[in-house]
Design a protein. Structure first.
Length: 496
C-alpha cells in the first residue's frame, strides 16, 4: 500500500457502444447494444441508455431484445475499437513507463514511476487532465480511479462511472470498503458470494470481522488469506508494464448445432488456421494444442496434445486438432468449437526453417497451378462451408452486409448498414461529424455500394490533412432516389 494515491485505473465508459454512438449521430442518446446478433449471440457492451432496460454485458442477445426491442443492435467493429484503444494507450504512455493494459478499454498506470504525481493534489490534477485529453482525442469519455493500490483504484473507477473521477485517500480504505458487497472484491464470483452469504457474510466489513482463520476454514488457505487481506484494504501488487502472453486461441459459437461430423472437422481446421494467424502475428510458437468443444447440452470438453517442440505450422496445428476431435463424442450436436495453442515461446530456428519450406512449397504450387488457371476457373470448385477450399471469384461471391458496418456509395458517400435481408440492404448516410443522416435502400449487389474502413471519430486537425482535403464533407450529398429500388425517404423506419 502506498501513502499517496498514485496508482491510476482508467476504464472507458461503455466503450464499444459509446464508439458506435460517436460514429453514428442518429444513435446518440439512444439505446445501443453491441454483440453477436445470431440466436446464440451475447451482449459485448450496452450503452447506458440500454442499461436502463436491464441489458448488460454477457447477457444472451435474445434476452436483450426482449428487454429493449427498440434498441439498435450492431455487430462489433474491432478495427475501430483497436484504433481508439491505441490512441488512449498512447496518452497513458505519456504519463508513465509503467502502463498495464487489461483490455482494449482498461489499464492501470503508475503515476509515481512517471514522476507526474506524488500526492493527492497532483494525482487528481493528472487524472482530470487525462480525462480531458481522452475526450479531445477520441470524442469518448473514460472514468478514472486513483488510490494507493490497484484493487482500490479499480473500485474507485467503477464508483466514478460514467465520466467521473474518484480519489481514495490512503487511510480511508476500510471505511470505504466496509459497506460494500463482498462481490466488489476481486475473485469473489457468484459461487463464492453465495457460499459467503450462507455463512452470514454479505459485506466487506463482515469479512474483516470474521477474521482470517474463519475465511481460511470456509475457502481454503490461499483464497481465504487473499480475501481477508483485500477486506482489510491491503494490496501490494505492482503495476506491470508487460504481461506475458500465455496462450492464443479462437472460438466460434454456431447459430444452429452442428451434427455433421465432416462439417465439425472442417470448422476445427478453419479455427486452427485462424489461431495460427494470431500466433504468428504475436511472434510466438507453441507446444500444446488445445481443442474446446461445447455440446448441445452445454457440457464443455477440453482436450490437449503436447508436441515434441514448439510450432507455428498451420498443417501441424490442424492435424493435432483433428486428432483431438477424434476423441470427442459429438453425436448430440456441437454449439461451440475452439482451438488454442499454449506453452508459448519465441520463434525457434526450426520454426523459421519450416516456414521457409512451406513458403517454397506454396510458390511451387502457385507456379504449377498457373499452367491450369483456365481450367481451374472453369471448374469453380470452391466450397462455401470449407474455408480452406478455393475461393470463388469476387464478382460471383454473395455479398453480406453486417448491421453497423461501414460502407461507401459512389453517389451518397459514407454511411453504415442499418439492416439487410430479402436481397436488400438499408444504409444510413451519416458520418461522425455530420447531422443525423437519411436512410436509403439498395440491392445487396449494387455495384455503387462498397464496404469501407471506419472514419475517425474526431476529425484530424487541418494541418494534418492533405492539400484540398477536409475532415468531413462541407455539404450533405444531394438527395435523389436510387434507381430500381425502394427508397426510404425522410422517415426513419428503423428508429432505435
Amino acid at each position: 500500500m502506498r501513502s499517496a494515491p498514485t496508482i491510476l485505473h482508467l476504464d472507458m465508459d461503455a466503450f464499444f457502444a459509446a464508439a458506435e454512438q460517436a460514429a453514428k449521430p442518429s444513435l446518440r442518446g439512444k439505446p445501443v447494444v453491441v454483440g453477436g446478433l445470431g440466436p446464440r449471440g451475447v451482449v459485448a457492451t450496452a450503452s447506458y441508455e440500454a442499461r436502463r432496460f436491464g441489458v448488460h454485458s454477457a447477457m444472451p442477445m435474445a434476452q436483450a431484445r426482449r428487454l429493449a426491442p427498440n434498441a439498435a443492435y450492431l455487430v462489433p467493429r474491432f478495427s475501430l475499437y483497436r484504433t481508439v484503444s491505441e490512441q488512449v494507450m498512447e496518452l497513458l504512455g505519456r504519463l508513465s513507463p509503467l502502463v498495464e493494459p487489461l483490455s482494449l478499454d482498461e489499464a492501470f498506470v503508475d503515476l509515481e514511476a512517471g514522476g507526474v504525481a506524488d500526492d493527492s493534489t497532483s494525482a487528481r490534477e493528472r487524472g482530470e487532465r487525462l480525462r480531458g485529453e481522452i475526450r479531445a482525442v477520441t470524442g469518448l469519455t473514460g472514468s478514472v480511479g486513483l488510490a494507493g493500490s490497484k484493487m482500490l483504484a479499480k473500485i474507485a473507477s467503477e464508483q466514478a462511472k460514467p465520466d467521473g473521477l474518484l480519489l481514495i485517500e490512503p487511510g480511508t480504505e476500510r471505511e470505504l470498503l466496509g459497506p460494500m458487497s463482498v462481490r466488489t472484491l476481486p475473485g469473489v464470483g457468484p459461487a463464492t458470494g453465495e457460499h459467503l452469504r450462507r455463512a452470514g457474510m454479505t459485506t466487506v466489513a463482515e469479512l474483516a470481522e470474521a477474521g482470517e482463520d474463519e475465511l481460511v476454514r470456509l475457502l481454503g488457505r490461499a483464497h481465504g488469506t487473499s480475501l481477508f487481506r483485500m477486506a482489510m484494504g491491503y494490496d501490494d501488487r505492482p503495476v506491470v508494464a508487460e504481461r506475458d502472453t500465455k496462450s492464443v486461441s479462437v472460438e466460434d459459437t454456431f447459430d444452429v448445432d452442428l451434427h455433421d461430423r465432416v462439417r465439425v472437422r472442417i470448422e476445427v481446421e478453419r479455427l486452427a488456421d485462424r489461431c495460427v494467424q494470431r500466433l504468428r502475428a504475436s511472434g510466438h510458437s507453441g507446444r500444446t494444442i488445445v481443442l474446446k468443444v461445447r455440446r448441445y447440452d452445454f457440457s464443455t470438453l477440453t482436450r490437449s496434445e503436447t508436441l515434441r517442440g514448439p510450432t507455428d505450422d498451420p498443417s501441424v496445428v490442424r492435424e493435432a486438432a483433428g486428432r483431438l476431435l477424434e476423441a470427442v463424442d459429438t453425436t448430440g450436436g456441437v454449439r461451440l468449437l475452439g482451438v488454442g495453442v499454449t506453452g508459448l515461446t519465441d520463434y525457434t530456428q526450426e520454426d523459421l526453417f519450416a516456414q521457409a519450406a512451406a513458403e517454397e512449397q506454396a510458390a511451387a504450387d502457385d507456379h504449377a497451378g498457373s499452367a491450369h488457371e483456365g481450367s481451374a476457373e472453369a471448374e469453380g470448385d470452391g466450397d462455401e462451408s470449407d474455408g480452406a477450399g478455393v475461393a470463388e471469384p469476387v464478382a460471383h461471391a454473395e455479398r453480406r452486409w453486417a448491421a453497423g458496418h461501414d460502407v461507401r456509395h459512389a453517389q451518397y458517400g459514407a454511411g453504415w448498414v442499418q439492416g439487410s435481408g430479402v436481397g436488400r440492404v438499408t444504409v444510413r448516410f451519416e458520418e461522425p461529424g455530420s447531422p443525423p443522416g437519411r436512410v436509403r435502400t439498395f440491392r445487396v449487389d449494387d455495384p455503387d455500394l462498397e464496404p469501407s474502413d471506419p472514419l475517425p471519430l474526431v476529425p484530424l486537425p487541418e494541418k494534418e490533412q492533405g492539400a484540398g482535403q477536409s475532415s468531413w464533407p462541407a455539404t450533405r450529398p444531394k438527395e435523389v432516389s436510387a434507381d430500381g429500388v425502394g427508397v426510404s425517404g425522410a422517415s426513419d423506419r428503423s428508429r432505435p
